[in-house]
Design a protein around this ligand. Structure first.
Ligand code: PEP
Ligand code: MG
Length: 571
């Protein structure tokens, strides 16, 4: 038996090849004091210019080999390189403190990195990764460190690294790089996202791959179950080659479904939609044949900048999304800021419990100028496709009524100005607070649809912070209490002939899908890469059969019992 490491399955598939351990160069800055400030600023300027040239070249290569959306990452890096806030802070530090260019850069970059990392939001963590990646490149030039090029690898290889930066990943040639495993990272880390779009099997967050694996070891990366086998036995090799073959066959089957509708074994159509954060995510949505957008998280338009986006800028973004979806439904959620997502420029006071605080719709109803700008942009974009508006974090009927009144008011004003607005515009709410789930029969009378936000609904139902590792054992999607709330919401909506979707992570979960289908969920919205596997799974399930099964699951006492019930049913 080989030594096996367990991590997070980041990109499905099986890779079998020899290891190349990608060592992280030592960027420890040793010299602090500088004697000549002008010279340090000059060295910085020179290193920035060299890095820009290098990044331009990588970007061109990425454009050719990986496509426009991957090349975007390097546009973001080039922006970091020319960001006045960052560069001026580094120069300021050299001049004020009399330190070397590398010392100043390291200090400033680390400050920005920890600021973004602490936001504990996938998008912002990517920004932190961008700054780390760019600052290392510049440091490399300042310190004379040669950064190894992964692009030079010419034979079948599995890359083992502490982490892979976006520039590392963009250099990977999928023809020879069969897979990779990293020490750190989660499913939403940059390297994980890149591995999925390159379709390279990957396991991230193994904690110790670089410590345990040596160059030339034979490696199996199992990106389906999250295992990494080191120097496997003949028997293991045979087993995994079979698993590799089965996966290839399964993928070919999934690919056939890309232009299909999602229909269950007993002929019921359910809608499979995708969640997006920016218009750039649309390529993945279209490539995976999603039938709509079930959640467009608009807060990313507001983040990573220093002032609010204008109505015009928002209008362009929303219009692009509805137009590219060509009449398919696009549910756009109004600003859900607060909690883990901060907007420093709004200058909001710190709170003891941000997840229970002044966030999302609560903030929008108070900062009405900001809210009205967004609603106007949405209303104008509604003329270009099938746009639906969704309000987040609704806890009371009064909030819903007030939000709807403001929307109606802006609609009237636009119409009075002769602006075209869709007359079929549906308005719904996220059901992510238990009070709203319990009072769903009342809410159902006043909305066009519900979308269940399980990411928050679970944390509020179980009183377990979704970010806190120590209470993560309580974060239980299959807990009968959570399932009962979902059941109540679906029944309440259907009693009023309204549709119900789900846009929390649970909607794409293999164990949850049969339960949700059985409970009668109409729309499932998930990350784009989960769409085809979910379509395939749903085509094998009978809604009618699962209806009794799901009602029985509600009677179980524990999350574990529910999970066992589902697994047993499918074995
Ligand atoms: C949710 O809470 O389930 C949800 C989809 O919203 P977010 O993850 O953006 O809070
Ligand atoms: Mg939420």
């Amino acid at each position: 038996m080989s030594n096996t490491l367990t991590g997070i399955a980041a990109s499905a598939g099986i890779a079998i090849a020899k290891a190349f351990v990608h060592e992280e160069p030592d960027f420890t800055v040793k010299q602090k004091e500088a004697s000549n400030k002008e010279k340090e600023v000059e060295r910085l300027t020179e290193a920035l210019a060299q890095s820009t040239k290098e990044l331009e070249e990588i970007k061109q290569k990425a454009l050719k080999e990986l496509g426009e959306d991957k090349a975007e990452i390097f546009s973001a890096h080039l922006l970091v390189l020319s960001d006045p806030e960052l560069i001026d802070s580094v120069k300021g530090k050299i001049n004020d403190d009399g330190v070397t260019a590398e010392y100043a850069l390291n200090e400033v970059a680390n400050m920005f990195i920890s600021m973004f990392e602490n936001m504990d939001n996938a998008y912002m963590q990517e920004r932190a990764a961008d700054i780390r990646d760019v600052s290392r490149r510049v440091l490399g030039h300042l310190m004379g460190i040669q950064v190894v090029s992964l692009a030079a690898i010419a034979e079948d290889t599995v890359i083992i690294a502490h982490d892979l930066t976006p520039s590392d990943t963009a250099q990977l040639n999928p023809a020879v790089i069969k897979g990779f495993a990293t020490d750190i990272g989660g499913r939403t880390s940059h390297s994980a996202i890149m591995s999925r779009s390159l379709e390279i099997p990957a396991v991230v967050g193994t904690k110790q791959a670089t410590k345990t694996i040596a160059n030339g070891d034979m490696i199996i990366v199992d990106g389906i179950d999250g295992d990494v086998l080191i120097n496997p036995s003949e028997e293991e090799l045979t087993t995994y080659k079979q698993k590799q073959q089965q996966f290839a066959e399964q993928k070919a089957e999934w690919a056939k479904l890309v232009n299909e509708q999602t229909v269950t074994k007993d002929g019921v159509h359910v809608e499979l939609a995708a969640n997006i954060g920016t218009p750039q995510d649309l390529d993945g949505v279209l490539a995976n044949g999603a039938e709509g957008i079930g959640l467009y998280r608009t807060e990313f338009l507001y983040m990573g900048r220093t002032e609010l986006p204008s109505e015009e800028e928002q209008f362009e973004a929303y219009k692009e999304v509805v137009e590219r979806m060509e009449g398919k439904p696009v549910v756009i959620r109004t600003l859900d800021i607060g909690g883990d997502k901060e907007l420093p420029y709004l200058d909001l006071p710190e709170e003891m419990n941000p997840f229970l605080g002044f966030r999302a719709i609560r903030l929008c109803l108070e900062k009405q100028d900001m809210f009205r700008d967004q609603l106007r942009a949405l209303l104008r974009a509604s003329a270009y496709g099938n746009l639906k508006i969704m309000f987040p974090m609704i806890a009371t009927i009064e909030e819903l009524r007030e939000a709807k009144e403001i929307l109606a008011d802006e609609k009237e004003k636009l119409k009075a100005d002769g602006v075209t607005v869709s007359e079929e515009l549906e308005v719904g709410i996220m059901v992510e607070i238990p009070s709203t789930a319990v009072a769903a029969p009342q809410f159902a009378k006043e909305v066009d649809f519900f979308s269940i936000g399980t990411n928050d609904l679970i944390q509020y139902t179980m009183a377990a912070d979704r970010m806190n590792e120590r209470v993560s054992y309580l974060y239980q999607p299959y807990h009968p209490a959570v399932l009962r709330l979902i059941d109540m919401v679906i029944k309440a909506a259907h009693a009023e002939n309204k549709w119900v979707g789900m846009c929390g992570e649970m909607a794409g979960d293999e164990i949850a899908i049969p339960l949700l289908l059985g409970l009668g969920l109409d729309e499932f919205s998930m990350s784009a890469t989960s769409v085809l596997p979910a379509r395939s799974q749903l085509s094998k399930l009978s809604k009618e059969e699962l209806s009794t099964f799901a009602q029985n699951a509600l009677l179980e006492s524990t999350s574990e019992a529910v999970e066992t019930l589902v697994k047993k049913h499918y074995q």
